[in-house]
Design a protein around this ligand. Structure first.
Ligand code: GUN
Length: 328
């Protein structure tokens, strides 16, 4: 982490110099983009997700007409503020799509045994189609054990080893929502993935690893580089990316100097920055230095209202799939 931090700091200094020049000299910008200068198209994840949520509501209504009310159980352990707000957003989306919500809130000192027993009950309940345990869990609970306890056919997060394995070998299963949402954004914006070099920074089970598999397989058919804390000279990889995905968890980790002119930049970071001018006491920032990067990139997702809303839209999609909706 220390090495990555030093490298990011060096790159950010480089980015500041680029930003300084691009601010001062329009001709320099023109040369950077190779044609007349335009700042990046902002990918409106919020509106794209709204459309998908509308379609999900229509499919839910159709299922209900056939006597099946799609139902998701969202399990929240403790009161981590970010988790509380994510879960609230997921429950609101469920309600708006006309789906049932069987939520379970447990105290942060709940025993692993009690949590596993609760998951067992949800597994056996035929009116519950999907189960989501919000992560991270408190440190006394073994996350992998909890994920493995969810019935694979109700695992709408796609984190169960059976679903992770199916994604690896190209069988149909549940695919994690954030990577699925990113693929949807690229398709919606007609960003060419076939033959493109996609560079993902971050190797998590939730985003980086499943996204690498989705982008590498057909029909996306991209050439994928997966960077992580062990990557030497990160910028040498990111600067060759036609599609750059930042899933690092550090604000401003990707500066303008790390971006290929015209690239599609997908920012998965949701970092809370203390800000006393806000009622909440914080503002959200991505992993990308947005203001600098938008002057270099061809497409860029904002934070908020970029990838985040797509994760929720894809959760509805996976819940409908679990409830037996056809057409996937
Ligand atoms: N924590 C951060 N992202 C996610 C997600 O997509 N699903 C769950 N269950 N927990 C998360």
């Amino acid at each position: 982490h220390q090495k990555l931090r030093l490298e990011i700091r060096a790159q950010n200094n480089y980015s500041r110099i680029i930003t300084f020049f691009t601010a001062l000299c329009p001709l320099y910008k023109q040369n950077l983009r190779g044609d007349s200068y335009m700042s990046a198209v902002i990918i409106d994840g919020f509106s794209i997700a709204q459309n998908l949520r509308q379609r999900a509501a229509e499919k839910a209504a159709l299922l209900k007409q056939n006597g099946v009310e799609p139902c998701l159980a969202v399990v929240l352990v403790g009161d981590n503020p970010a988790s509380v707000s994510y879960v609230a957003a997921k429950k609101k989306a469920l309600a708006e799509a006309g789906m049932a919500d069987r939520s379970v809130n447990l105290p942060c000192d709940v025993s692993e045994e009690h949590l596993l027993a609760g998951i067992g009950d949800l597994n056996r309940n035929p009116s519950v189609h999907g189960i989501l345990v919000q992560l991270p869990l408190p440190s006394h609970i073994d996350e992998q054990k909890v994920i493995a306890a969810i019935a694979p056919e109700k695992d709408v997060d796609g984190f169960h080893p059976v679903n992770a394995g199916k994604l690896l070998i190209g069988e149909d299963g549940f695919v994690p929502c954030t990577p699925l949402g990113i693929i949807e954004l690229l398709n919606e914006m007609r960003i060419k993935t076939d033959g493109a070099h996609a560079v993902i920074v971050g190797r998590s089970n939730i985003v980086g690893k499943p996204l690498a598999l989705l982008l590498a397989r057909k029909p996306a058919n991209a050439t994928v580089t997966l960077c992580h804390t062990g990557t030497k000279n990160l910028a040498s990889f990111t600067r060759s990316a036609d599609i750059l995905v930042a899933a690092i968890g550090r604000p401003n980790a990707i500066g303008a100097g790390m971006i290929k002119p015209g690239a599609a930049v997908i920012d998965v970071g949701v970092n809370r920055i203390p800000d006393h001018t806000k009622k909440s006491g914080f503002r959200l920032a991505g992993d990308v230095d947005f203001e600098a990067a938008r002057e270099i990139a061809g497409f860029i997702t904002p934070v908020p209202k970029g990838v985040g809303p797509m994760t929720i839209a894809m959760l509805l999609h996976n819940t409908l799939k679990a409830a037996g909706s056809t057409g996937y």
